[in-house]
Structures are given as C-alpha cells and as structure tokens.
Design a protein. Structure first.
Length: 172
C-alpha cells in the first residue's frame, strides 16, 4: 500500500450538508475499496486565485490515505461525474504522514531557506523570504565622466587615385 493525498475544491454555493456529503463520499470511496484514511483536513471556504466557472470562492478539503493504486482511477471518475467538484488533484504523498499542521498546501523548505534566522511572524519556515546579497552603493564622491564617442581606426591602405585617366584611351 502507498500513501496518497487528494485535495479538492467543492462549489461553496451549495449548502453545508451538500458540501459535507461530497467530502464524506470521497472518504467512503477510499474506505470501501480497501483504503485507510490517515488524516482528513477540511480547510474551509477560501478565495480562489482566479475565477473558475464563474466562481471566486471554493470550499477546500484534503485527505491523506493509504491505498492500493487501483483506487486512483475510481477517485478520478468520481470527481469527473459529480458536478460540485470544481478542481481536484491526487498525488503520491512523500513525507512524514504524522507531521502536524496543514499538509495539503505546504511545501518543504528549499535549501538554505529559514535555516539560520527565525521566520517573520505569520509565516512558517517554508514561506520565509530568502536572504538577499548586499549590493554596494555607488561612489558619488567623484564626478562621472561622459563616455567619448567611438572613433573608427584609420585604414593603412592608400586610397585609389581616381583623377588619373586610363592609359588605354591614348592608344586607340
């Protein structure tokens, strides 16, 4: 068995009972096909980053579960056939399933990120800004000279004498 995570967005314009039924339907589908729910997280109604099918908000939920890979096509079919699901994603979970806190929308910290300094308030170590390199200020004590125009080098070849007449004209 492998650990998977499925995250989905339900249309928030439905009543609370319908939203609860949609989340429960996903957990029941997993359990009925030999899966085991590790964690379920109902994040709630949030604003969407962009408008999807005329909606600006969505009800977010995420489920972490142990299952055989055969459950994944059944989940995909369920999401496609049911109308209230706006978006969904099921991935293989790599990490510690016993980790506390939100797991659906976290990412592991990048190399060098949040190691040597505390995170700003409200941001976790994964979201703390990366350190910036110090850029030296320009030296304004001396005047800045204007660049000189680029001059073309002179050719060493002598120019052709155009004033001489051809000698062949005299012979005819």
């Amino acid at each position: 068995m492998r650990i998977y995570e499925t995250a989905f967005i339900v249309n928030p314009q439905s009543d609370d009972a319908t939203i609860d039924r949609q989340v429960t339907a996903v957990t029941d589908l997993i359990k009925n096909n030999g899966g085991e729910i590790v964690r379920e997280e109902r994040i709630g109604t949030r604003r969407l980053a962009y408008e999807i099918a005329g909606l600006t908000q969505g009800y977010f939920a995420s489920i972490l579960f142990n299952s055989e890979p055969g459950v994944l096509p059944l989940l995909d079919r369920h999401y496609k056939l049911e109308e209230p699901y706006v978006r969904y994603l099921t991935i293989r979970f790599e990490g510690d399933p016993n980790q506390t806190g939100s797991f659906a929308f976290d990412r592991p910290p990048m190399r060098g990120e949040g190691e040597d300094r505390p995170a700003p308030s409200g941001l976790g170590p994964a979201l703390s800004p990366a350190p910036r390199a110090a850029i030296p200020a320009p030296d304004l004590s001396r005047p800045v000279s204007k660049p000189t125009p680029h001059e073309e080098p002179e050719d060493d070849k002598p120019e052709a004498d155009v004033s001489k007449e051809d000698e062949t004209d005299d012979e005819l």
